[in-house]
Design a protein around this ligand. Structure first.
Ligand code: TMP
Ligand code: ASP
Length: 250
């Protein structure tokens, strides 16, 4: 089902954003396109858009229920979400609870090391530059955010981790790490934007000790492990078990 929508405002790798008939709402369509390594690897995965939309909706609702501000307003179809329009800050915030991925490629920290407190890194959001890791001085040089905004961004991202980690734990899922994008709405309020899904989180099945079989996220696609959609479906099944009916927006 496609809801009534206005003009296409923006098209990203995994989503399209459309105007709606209300100025304070935009419609996001989740696509089946999968990309990795800054879009060097691409595929179309049937049903991925629906799974990520439905998982994200429930995670945003859980965060909202706990007082974490997000852009989420509701669902408008199986692959459609209604959100507040925001100016996206071109910074990707990555929080890591367990060392893996690029951290272990770039540092001698052994894979699997528990990171306490969780490691928070900021990356400059630009595929053509390969989303480079930002240093304190580069952040200052770029002038994208001031020190107060940086503090606010880091506090918000850590509070998201503080809610997501035990939520997934209760579903026997280990939130290894994840990426957040943040935006500012028309009132100047900082909100969690984009999506929170197996495309943007590493989630390991705690019911399975096999290092490959336990992977239930986009690493299955990145590493050509197969079973991507089945893994995302398992995440939705567990999340739905505790959040059955997300609210729908008219
Ligand atoms: P990394 O280990 O490759 O740096 O990834 C850290 C986390 O961020 C992992 O959960 C995957 C997520 N991520 C994205 O969502 N988008 C990206 O472009 C990258 C590089 C990572
Ligand atoms: N999101 C990035 C891309 O689409 C990288 C990744 O997730 O691995 O290329």
């Amino acid at each position: 089902m496609t809801p009534d929508h206005g003009e296409l405002l923006y098209e990203g790798k995994a989503k399209r954003v459309f105007a709606s008939d209300q100025r304070d709402r935009v419609l996001v369509e989740f696509k089946n396109d999968a990309t990795a390594f800054n879009a060097l690897k691409r595929a179309e995965l049937d049903d991925k858009g629906r799974l990520n939309c439905q998982i994200s909706a429930r995670l945003f609702e859980m965060l909202e229920r706990n007082g974490v501000p997000t852009h989420y307003l509701g669902l408008a179809g199986e692959t459609w979400m209604v959100v507040q329009p925001v100016k996206v800050i071109p910074i990707e915030v990555v929080i890591r609870n367990v060392a893996t991925g690029s951290l272990c490629k770039q540092t001698p920290i052994p894979a699997g090391t528990e990171l306490s407190p969780p490691l928070l890194d900021l990356y400059y959001k630009d595929d053509s530059l390969g989303d480079p890791l930002l240093t304190e001085s580069r952040l200052e040089l770029l002038g994208l955010i001031n020190p107060e905004q940086r503090l606010e961004i880091e506090q918000l991202a850590r509070s998201v981790n503080g809610w997501l980690l035990p939520f997934f734990e209760s579903l026997d899922l280990l939130l290894v790490d994840f990426k957040l994008e943040l935006g500012v709405n028309s009132s100047g309020k900082l909100l969690v934007a984009d999506e929170i899904s197996p495309d943007t989180c590493r989630l390991w099945d705690q019911r399975n000790s096999d290092p490959k079989a336990r992977i239930l996220d986009k690493d299955r696609f990145r590493q050509d492990l197969g079973g991507v959609i089945e893994a995302y479906g398992e995440i939705l099944k567990r999340v739905q078990g505790v959040c059955a009916n997300p609210y729908n927006c008219k």
